[in-house]
Design a protein around this ligand. Structure first.
Ligand code: DC
Length: 222
């Protein structure tokens, strides 16, 4: 295995923004595992497959080929040869990803790909089960969280900035529902690894969190 930083936490905790910036600063490859579950969810949606159907999920595993490539340093998700990166960033896909992520066959397939990437590269990988399941031997593990209200406000500001009308209470309710699904599923639920550092970013800026990770990395690699 290469050098690895595992970042886990609930939806909207800022994992991807922070992991991307930290990767740039530390010269690591950023791997967004949520994007892979989102890619599988897109396949279910496009093919009208019931998220809960176990047999269909097995067939999906046989039918899909997921690959990650990098363009100008940015992760691109390739599903059966098509670059679907621009199709997976919306709430519908986020919720669907949380549902399809319950299937053990899908998790096994994606975890294999994730481990292979971590074997060949020095990585910072974010998701829900990186410290507990995908890379239990990671050099640094961080569990990033923030209160549901703070996470909802961040998401709300992002959408408003894009000119998308939304209701902050609806967003908070969606966040709480997704936390529930991710924390209570039978296979690899979202949970802080015993040896992960807990970081509540409710009152921290992005720069402060990145600086914190940078310091831990420096101490760890001295
Ligand atoms: O991080 P994200 O919002 O892009 O992830 C979408 C969903 O995918 C998330 O709600 C649960 C699932 N997921 C997972 O089960 N395991 C991971 N390592 C990453 C994401």
């Amino acid at each position: 295995m290469g050098y690895a930083i595992a970042i886990d936490g609930p939806a909207g905790a800022g994992k991807s923004t922070i992991a991307r910036l930290a990767a740039e600063k530390l010269g690591l490859i950023y791997i967004d595992t949520g994007a892979m579950y989102r890619g599988v969810a897109l396949f279910f949606i496009r093919n009208n497959i019931d998220y809960t159907d176990k047999e269909q999920a097995q067939k999906v595993c046989e039918d899909i080929d997921i690959n990650i490539i990098y363009e100008d340093g940015a992760q691109q998700l390739i599903l059966n040869g098509e670059n679907i990166t621009s199709h997976i960033r919306n709430e519908q896909i986020g919720k669907a990803a949380s549902s399809v992520a319950k299937h053990i066959c899908i998790r096994e397939k994606l975890v294999d790909i994730q481990r292979k990437l971590a074997c060949d590269n020095n990585v910072i990988m974010d998701g829900r089960d990186i410290g507990t399941k995908v890379l239990p031997g990671a050099n640094i593990k961080i569990y990033l969280t923030a209160s549901p209200a703070v996470r909802a406000k961040r998401r709300y500001d992002e959408l408003i900035k894009k000119g998308i009308e939304c209701d902050i209470k609806d967003i908070e309710n969606d966040i709480i529902a997704r936390d529930n699904e991710d924390m209570n599923r039978a296979v690899s639920p979202l949970k802080k690894a015993d040896d992960a550092l807990l970081l509540d970013t409710s009152d921290m800026s992005i720069d402060e969190v990145v600086a914190y990770i940078n310091n831990i990395y420096k101490e760890n690699t001295l």
